[in-house]
Design a protein around this ligand. Structure first.
Ligand code: S3P
Length: 430
């Protein structure tokens, strides 16, 4: 995205307090899309405030779905399985989740639709959804190298047995959504277990799925029923505050109403391994999703290596882990993270550039980063590279740097968490 505003972050002496977060982005997208193709009125409290989920809602409106915002809630008037042929192009903005997951639903519609987005989205790989959706019977055109804009001609689909070559929850969810419009049972196997919000959301809306380890199947022609739900606080947004608290040995931070789905919370184990003290309490289930309260105290942080399944489980949290790595004792090495190169920015390159501007030593690897520990960083003018998670990660790094850090294009945070900088300032002690 084109982000223009700068934010200046001054170093802190401590960090803490109590907070809760707007609804999880991954879950908000899924509930909104399923609400649109369900029967009845879906009411979603604590819906994500991010621009990405607003892109999903706008696309749904263009597809004939009525919805309204009531405070922090969104009410969606379900259209049943069939949407309306859109009058114009569907603009997915910066949102990879919108374009990939909505493609699954559009593959099952009897019309042609076109999806596009901002410059960052136009660079992102779509072959991972195009290929299996074409196997199911949809016709999809893209640029020669499989990037948006996408033109999808949908219709009645046929079920497939498919092994996902890339570990991607967006692709898995897209194919499960398409599976609703297929004749027969769509069976998917993933190489590494990814977040399972698509599965929980489908079940919450009344669909029946079979799940075993890394396999999931869904029979076609299932009707969905509207739900009333509260979206749990976004764990990936909480990650910035958890990491900030981890940096200060005397910190104490409490986050309530937080999503604690085990496919998302590897960061908690990781921070405990580094030396932070974390206690989850008040655990409960909401529409299949684990929710609770987390209390964290910082500590002296050791070091770590992130590889294989851990990298996949921590994929959205790696920018902030890399940003705190220089302040650990032994540093952090991240491998198997090639996917980071095709996120909202090339996150390996963005992190390397910003850490170096702050005076840190960093080794940039093709599939990750090696960041030594016990480094002293200084404030510097940095760039968000139009990437929300880079803007927020370096606001955290800035809290322990010497001097002021200017984050140019800090407004990229609106993509997932518009309130981020205010919330951060509210917890900082100086
Ligand atoms: C998401 C899955 C992940 C993640 C993204 C949201 C989702 O992407 O990075 O921020 O909601 O399913 P991939 O599925 O491409 O790994």
């Amino acid at each position: 995205m084109t982000a223009k505003k700068s934010v200046v972050i001054r170093p802190a002496t401590n960090f803490g307090g109590s907070m809760s977060l707007p609804g999880d982005k991954s879950i908000s997208h899924r509930y909104a899309m399923l609400g649109a193709i369900a029967d009845g009125l879906t009411k979603l409290e604590n819906f994500s405030t991010g621009a990405d989920c607003a892109s999903t809602l706008e696309c749904l409106k263009t597809l004939g779905v009525k919805w309204e915002r009531i405070g922090d809630a969104v009410a969606i008037y379900g259209h049943g399985g069939k949407l309306k042929k859109p009058a114009g192009v569907l603009d997915c903005g910066n949102s990879g989740s919108t374009i990939r997951m909505l493609s699954g639903i559009l593959a099952g519609q009897n019309f042609t639709s076109e999806l596009t987005g901002d410059d960052s989205l136009l660079r992102r790989p779509m072959a991972r959804v195009i290929k299996p959706l074409e196997m199911m019977g949809a016709k999809i055109s893209s640029t020669k190298d499989g990037r948006p804009p996408l033109k999808i001609t949908g219709g009645r689909l046929k079920a497939i047995d498919y092994k996902l070559p890339v570990a991607s929850a967006q692709v898995k969810t897209s194919l499960l959504f398409a599976g609703l419009y297929a004749k027969g049972t769509t069976r998917l196997a993933e190489p590494i277990q990814t977040r399972d919000h698509g599965e929980h959301a489908l079940e919450a809306f009344g669909a029946h799925l079979e799940r075993r380890m890394k396999e999931v199947s869904i029979a076609g022609d299932q009707k969905l029923k509207a739900i009333d739900a509260t979206v749990p606080g976004d764990f990936s947004s909480a990650a910035f505050f958890l990491c900030a608290a981890a940096l200060f040995p005397d910190s104490q931070l409490t986050i309530s109403g937080l999503l604690l789905n085990p496919t998302r919370t590897r960061l908690l184990d990781f921070l405990i391994g580094l030396g932070a003290r974390i206690t989850p309490t008040d655990l409960r289930e909401q529409h299949g999703e684990l929710v609770g309260m987390v209390q964290i105290h910082g500590g002296d942080l050791k070091g770590a290596r992130v590889v294989g399944e851990d990298t996949a489980a921590l994929i959205d949290e790696i920018p902030v882990l890399a940003a705190i790595a220089p302040y650990t004792d032994e540093g952090i090495e991240i491998r198997d993270a090639r996917e980071l190169r095709v996120k909202e920015s090339d996150r390996i390159a963005s992190v390397t550039t910003n850490l170096r501007k702050m005076g840190a030593k960093v080794e940039e690897l093709e599939d990750g980063l090696r960041i030594p520990g016990r480094q002293k960083l200084h404030g510097a003018p940095l760039d968000s590279f139009g990437d929300h998670r880079i803007a927020m990660a370096f606001a955290v790094a800035a809290l322990r740097a010497g001097g002021e850090t200017e984050i140019r294009g800090a407004d990229a945070a609106v993509i997932s968490y518009p309130e981020f900088f205010n919330a951060l300032e509210g917890l900082v002690q100086r």
